[in-house]
Design a binder for this molecule. Structure first.
Ligand SMILES: Cc1ncc(COP(=O)(O)O)c(C=O)c1O
Length: 431
């Protein structure tokens, strides 16, 4: 068995899960992997034949161009089918099929995700999304009035709202900091955090990659900064996991939260929460769990009745991700980013790309501000008139379009977006 196939089958968690695969999807990506074996990721990134094979795993509607895959990605058809199959099976007799047959399979999902992230399975909780994971951390850590929390004005709004609610309820003090887009340097970001630290600082919440401009932040340096001073560092990796390769030990983090319906292409309503073993006792679950579970990562999964189908299909999505390979996926996403961003930047001095176009500071997400074109009207025009979906980002400190292609995005689609933008740069938006 080749390495790729072993990685694929290894992540499936047994014969029962294997049956979930639409046979041709598995065969197709395994065959496609053979055709590019041994070639560097950067060279495979531009191989449209290879990526066309990957795209066939998705039910893509080519009458529209989806450049907002960051919000939520479609799952490949066979991942969706695995979930639907399990939903139907559950529905026959939920108390037995869902609870007794399917739910225990969460353990193989835990094992596979832990292997992918580089932690122990006993540190990996399966959740419904990054929000649930992060709120577990934000609401679950003991803090008292006057304790301080540092985050940036570019953290995800729901998380800022969660901190704000805790502040209103318990009098903790919030210390938001800002940094320019693009930032001066990674060191400058770390310095801004350092300057906000006081003897009362208890928590830093940092976004691994922002949902706004796609900026990757220097998480490991911030984790080290926090650890030196006894400050807990919560990492929001909603957009990072499976978009570009990294392991827990690259970040050295104690806490990590992500959604899996973004870049892993798992079904909607899937995520994980990593909490280092030694830290579990001090983070309460969102929904109460018995004291016997104080040091059991499963206490974060005590959420009442929920479908087993969604989280079990994570295993199938992970197999698909491994079938492509994290390096190849990231290289393709970066190539697509460069294709539109460099072309638009060259088209007019009014175009400002506010995402650094390099491998360490960004990946598939890019952000463009166009002087003279109203961001919201531009987004609406692209969708209403041309069926091109982008994301309008209106932040108090900057605004523009966020562009997030996916592995099924073709060069032709990127070029169609650029053609349209170049026309609008010349003619302006219709009144
Ligand atoms: C940086 C960041 N954090 C957290 C979230 C919340 O993710 P979800 O809505 O999947 O819980 C998002 C969603 O876009 C995000 O971009």
């Amino acid at each position: 068995m080749s390495l790729n196939r072993r990685a694929l089958f290894g992540s499936l968690g047994g014969a029962a899960a294997l049956a979930a695969f639409r046979a041709d999807a598995l065969a197709r990506i395994a065959e496609a992997a053979k055709t590019v074996a041994g070639r560097p990721a950067a060279s495979v990134a531009s191989d449209e034949t290879y990526w066309a094979e990957i795209a066939r795993a998705f039910d893509v509607d080519r009458t529209l161009i989806n450049l907002n895959n960051g919000g939520c990605s479609p799952a490949p058809a066979h991942v969706l089918e695995a979930m639907i199959r399990d939903l139907r099976f559950s529905n026959e007799i939920p108390v037995y099929h869902m609870w007794t047959v399917l739910e225990p399979r969460i353990e193989s999902v835990r094992r596979d995700l832990a292997a992918e992230f580089g932690c122990d399975p006993e540190e990996m909780a399966i959740t419904r999304n990054a929000s649930e994971s992060l709120e577990t951390l934000i609401c679950g850590i003991d803090l008292k009035a006057g304790d301080e929390v540092i985050f940036t004005t570019q953290n995800y709004p729901r998380m800022i709202t969660s901190w704000d609610q805790r502040s209103r309820r318990q009098g903790i003090v919030l210390k938001p900091i800002s940094f320019p887009v693009p930032p001066k340097s990674a060191a400058d970001i770390v310095e801004r955090f350092r300057q906000a630290i006081t003897p009362r600082t208890r928590v830093i919440e940092v976004t691994h990659i922002t949902n706004l401009t796609g900026q990757i932040l220097p998480v490991r340096d911030l984790v080290r900064l926090g650890r030196e001073r006894g400050i807990e560092v919560f990492v929001d990796g909603a957009h990072a996991f499976a978009q570009f390769p990294f392991k827990r030990d690259d970040l050295e983090c104690d806490y990590y939260a992500t959604s899996l319906h973004k870049w892993l292409f798992a079904p909607i309503g899937t995520g994980f929460l990593y909490v280092r073993k030694a830290k579990q006792k001090s983070i309460w679950p969102l929904m109460a769990a018995p004291a016997t579970m104080d040091e059991d990562i499963r206490k974060y999964e005590e959420i009442g009745t929920h479908p087993a189908a969604n989280h079990n299909a994570i295993a199938v999505a992970l197999a698909f991700h491994r079938g492509i390979g994290a390096e190849r996926k990231a290289a393709r996403l970066r190539l697509l980013r460069d294709r539109w961003a460099k072309r638009l930047a060259a088209a007019s001095p009014r175009v400002r790309i506010l995402t650094p176009l390099n491998d360490t500071e960004s990946c598939g997400i890019g952000f463009v501000h166009v002087e003279g074109l109203d961001t919201e009207k531009l987004q609406a025009h692209l969708w209403d008139k041309h069926r091109i979906m982008t994301t309008p980002i209106i932040h108090p400190e900057f605004n523009g379009l966020r562009i997030t292609p996916n592995v099924y995005t073709t060069f032709d689609e990127i070029d169609a977006f650029c053609d349209r933008m170049e026309k609008l740069l010349k003619s302006g938006l219709p009144a």
